[in-house]
Design a protein around this ligand. Structure first.
Ligand code: KIV
Ligand code: ZN
Length: 523
């Protein structure tokens, strides 16, 4: 392992799945593990095999199917646990056993029974150390890759912690996990603990030190990074930071902090960060734990700009307000979210993106109306802007007019549509089939108009209630030069509303082309 590389250990399927109210099936675990391998995590902690037959099966299946990452199973420092993990991990090309026990006085005093481990704390601590050594030696029978966790290191008696670490490294542990199990540590303190372990444990050079932090005080990522800065070369965490209580450190945040602040850390991971967004959404969906909109790196608002000053700066140069490119984490591109606070520059920019070029007076007129709407709604959408333009500025020239539409569809038949479109110089008819009635109608319209825009978005909603409800269709199309145009259509018949919306969008596209041609002609 290069001294410049930080190993990424993902425990979404073990510690993450311990989050209250969550449970994944075996197949779901496999699907997530495959995605984690595409993300490039070095180690996947797939589960705790002795804990249930289902967990055993999941670890075993992942060990069989998932290539490219080391597959790891958790155990207590108990022989039966290690045997179960060894068996479950058998098919893996690279396998790791993660064993260990509670190290802090409070864990040892409270969890170890007097009858079995001795009456005094000292007796129990002695026995705990012996158990750790035996566990590591036993795990080494299954694999050379043995990680030892010193649970609750964040609150442990340091001198005892150092001794346990030295003993388990001597017994064959190759990675030492120093968990802040209760999220108690403060970054400076946790970083200093890692540095002190490396400096004071005589055989520390024979192991890699790993950080595993919980978020009870909201410092899990900061603590993990402090550990890395002080010599830890493995980070443990979960996607979206899910986990027990307040959760684990979020892997996407740790990895992106290390990547973005290369100037500070001088090291990196080999994670394919472009897979973060996809992985995040998969985990959120499967565990039923939605990602908060303001979550760093993968939240829906992580690359959204709204206030006037920010939007103005962002339009001039995205780097004014963005330190990560959304595409680097596989997120949809940055968005300007239009609200009452957005300001003229943001509205103008969005209108231009939509293909509207307005003069100063027109922009003022639209902006006034925009503010009226923005005061009533939390967000103003492209469709709202299109409606404002339609109502306030221009009724665009209708190059095409839908005169006739007939659609035939039903169970077991191929949906077909025929249309008659009025053009400036006559009428054109066309017929086509499609995957559904709307698809067929759109194909027929494309043939009749001779226009072939890409359909980006289609939405239908009821604008009035009752049997005679009006349906309003909104479509967004993309023209040849990648400009977007929105069209709307209203009818009691939703297929007709959809066809009208499509023709409306095409008219807007053609009208804009004409404006552009005239502009070029007058230069
Ligand atoms: O938080 C913790 O201490 C753990 C260990 C079992 C590694 O999850
Ligand atoms: Zn944990």
């Amino acid at each position: 392992m290069s001294a410049d590389k930080v190993i990424v250990f993902d425990t979404t399927l073990r510690d993450g799945e311990q989050a209250a109210g969550t449970r994944l099936g075996v197949r779901e675990k496999l699907e997530i593990a495959i995605q984690l391998a595409s993300l490039g995590v070095d180690v996947i902690e797939a589960g705790f095999p002795i804990s249930s037959p289902q967990d055993f099966e999941a670890v075993n299946l992942i060990a069989k199917e998932v290539k490219g990452s080391t597959i790891c199973g958790l155990t207590r420092a108990v022989i039966a646990d290690i045997d179960a993990a060894g068996k479950a991990l058998e098919p893996a090309a690279r396998r790791r056993i993660h064993t260990g026990l509670g190290i802090s006085d409070i864990h040892i005093a409270s969890k170890f029974r007097d009858e079995k481990y001795g009456k005094s704390l000292d007796d129990k601590k002695k026995r705990a150390m012996e158990m750790g050594i035996e566990a590591v030696k036993h795990a080494r029978k299954y694999t050379d890759d043995v990680e030892f966790y010193c649970e609750d290191s964040g609150r442990a008696d340091k001198q005892y912690l150092f001794k346990v670490i030295e003993a388990v490294i001597a017994a064959g542990a190759t990675t030492i996990n120093v968990p802040d199990t209760t999220g108690y540590a403060i970054p400076e303190q946790y970083g200093a603990l890692i540095a002190e372990i490396i400096a004071k444990v005589p055989n520390s050079g024979k192991a890699i030190f790993s950080v595993h932090c919980h978020d009870d005080l909201g410092m899990s990522v900061a603590n993990s990074l402090a550990g890395v800065k002080n010599g830890a070369r493995q980070v443990e965490g979960t996607i979206n930071g899910i986990g027990e209580r307040a959760g684990n450190a979020s892997l996407e945040e740790i990895v992106m902090a290390i990547r973005t602040r290369q100037d500070y850390f001088g090291i990196d991971t080999t994670i394919n960060t472009k897979e973060f967004f996809r992985t995040s959404r998969m985990v959120a969906e499967m565990l039923g734990m939605p990602v908060p909109a303001n979550k760093a790196i993968v939240g829906a608002n992580a690359f959204a700009h709204s206030s006037g000053i920010h939007v103005d700066g962002f339009i001039k140069n995205p780097l004014t307000y963005e330190i990560i490119k959304p595409e680097d984490v596989g997120s949809p591109k940055s968005a300007v979210v239009l609200t009452a606070r957005t300001g003229r520059a943001g509205v103008k920019h969005r209108l231009e993106e939509l293909g509207y070029k307005l003069n100063k007076e027109e922009l003022e007129q639209v902006y006034k109306r925009f503010l009226d709407i923005a005061d009533k709604k939390t967000e103003v959408f492209d469709e709202d802007l299109a409606a404002i333009i339609g109502a306030e500025i221009r009724t665009i020239e209708h190059t095409f007019e839908l005169q006739y539409l007939h659609v035939a569809c039903g169970t077991g038949t191929l949906p077909t549509a025929s249309v008659k479109i009025k053009l400036a110089d006559g009428v054109k008819q066309a017929a086509a089939c499609g995957d559904g009635p709307i698809d067929a109608a759109y194909e027929a319209i494309r043939i009749a108009t001779g226009q072939n825009p890409k359909l980006e978005n289609y939405a239908i909603k009821a604008v009035t209630g009752g049997k005679e409800a009006l349906g309003e269709a909104t479509v967004k199309i993309i023209g040849d030069d990648n400009r977007r145009f929105t069209g709307r259509g209203v009818s009691t018949d939703i297929i007709e509303a959809s066809a009208k919306a499509y023709v409306d969008a095409i008219n807007r596209m053609v009208a804009q082309d004409d404006i552009d041609k005239n502009l070029v002609g007058s230069l």
